[in-house]
Design a protein around this ligand. Structure first.
Ligand SMILES: [Ca+2]
Length: 165
């Protein structure tokens, strides 16, 4: 015959005590598991924001000059005269030193850009101060809340001067 009696008070107190002790441990474990997920989300968002800015930068001309000057140089890296904001930038190196802290639902994300002339030798790209090079190395870095960050690197060439602004 089956025993159909319920829990005794002692059994109930023991069960509540065990649950009381285990719930904080489970919550701590959940927070430990959830944290990498939040960081992963932040990294994904950083990567999206970096690519979006890189697309904006590489949509511009290779250089302010349409051809090298009489010395065989392209223009100096950085915004040109009168280009006081990114809405006025018309070539990729104007973005060198660009930095913005995003607002609204993207508050906490910061994007920065470094542009430098580069030399290409085989499969190796290195920064180079010579303005005669036909390559500019663009590095977009995004940091976000929760420890996320992403960096996207691209190489602009004189082919960018074939694009419309
Ligand atoms: Ca410019």
């Amino acid at each position: 015959m089956k025993d159909r009696r319920g829990l005794t008070l002692v059994e109930l107190v023991v069960a509540i005590t065990i649950m009381g002790l285990s719930v904080p441990v489970l919550l701590t474990l959940f927070a430990f598991v959830a944290k990498p997920s939040a960081q992963t989300d932040s990294i994904i968002r950083c990567t999206e924001l970096a690519h979006a800015l890189m697309d904006q930068v590489t949509s511009k001309w290779y250089d302010e000059l349409t051809a090298k000057d009489v010395n065989g140089d392209w223009s100096v890296i950085g915004p040109d005269t009168g280009e006081t904001g990114s809405s006025l930038y018309d070539d990729v190196d104007d973005y060198n030193g660009f930095s913005e802290a995003l607002t609204g639902n993207l508050a906490g994300f910061t994007r920065t850009v470094v542009v430098q002339y580069a030399a290409v030798s085989g499969m190796v790209v290195v920064a180079d101060t010579s303005r005669t090079n036909n390559y500019k190395l663009i590095t977009v870095t995004v940091t976000g809340p929760g420890g996320g960050s992403a960096q996207v690197v691209n190489l602009a060439t004189t082919a960018n001067n074939q694009q419309a602004t």
